[in-house]
Design a protein around this ligand. Structure first.
Ligand SMILES: Nc1ncnc2c1ncn2[C@@H]1O[C@H](COP(=O)(O)OP(=O)(O)O)[C@@H](O)[C@H]1O
Ligand SMILES: [Mg+2]
Length: 150
């Protein structure tokens, strides 16, 4: 793994005006899903991270309900590709993430989506999308994403 920030692509911004629009964005992203892809989500509580993951899951053909794995740390689903949904909210730093045994999820066979990725300051995989969600109104969210390439 290398530092993704060294070779990032330009940022893209999407404005979402409803949870459904955020889900639709995740669904659209899932059409580009490929093995080994990791998506990191950053944003306050209620920013819409889990809604976006619901959309990604839907786009992968997963019909099980997606809930935030805040306590379980990881939820795994089987769709067109396996999806691992992680939440680092309760983990404070790199050391705790490593002690929890979560490092293998940075090089998945399918795709990994991680809420609260900002808890991790270590290296990121080559095929990585960093997403920042910001609440800009009651139902408005600014969703910015940046891809890195090997
Ligand atoms: N445009 C929007 N996109 C996503 N969620 C929205 C939007 N507008 C309102 N919401 C609401 O904000 C909340 C987002 O919750 P959630 O996705 O669990 O956030 P997070 O995982 O970032 O804590 C939900 O209650 C959702 O209905
Ligand atoms: Mg969440």
């Amino acid at each position: 793994m290398t530092k993704a920030s060294n070779r990032s692509m330009p940022k893209a911004t999407t404005i979402s005006n409803s949870p459904e629009e955020t889900i639709a964005l995740g669904e659209a992203w899932a059409t580009h899903a490929r093995p080994g892809w990791v998506i990191g989500l950053e944003g306050d509580l209620g920013a819409g991270k889990t809604q976006l993951v619901k959309g990604i899951a839907r786009g992968l053909g997963i019909t099980e309900p997606v809930t935030s794995p805040t306590f379980t740390l990881v939820c795994e689903y089987n769709g067109k590709l396996p999806l691992a949904h992680l939440d680092f909210y309760r983990l404070e730093n790199d050391e705790q993430i490593l002690s929890a045994g979560l490092e293998p999820y940075f090089s998945p066979e399918g795709i990994t989506v991680i809420e609260w990725i900002n808890r991790w300051t270590g290296p990121l995989p080559a095929d990585y999308r960093h997403v920042t969600l910001t609440q800009t109104g009651e139902n408005e969210r600014r969703i910015e994403h940046e891809d890195s390439r090997a």
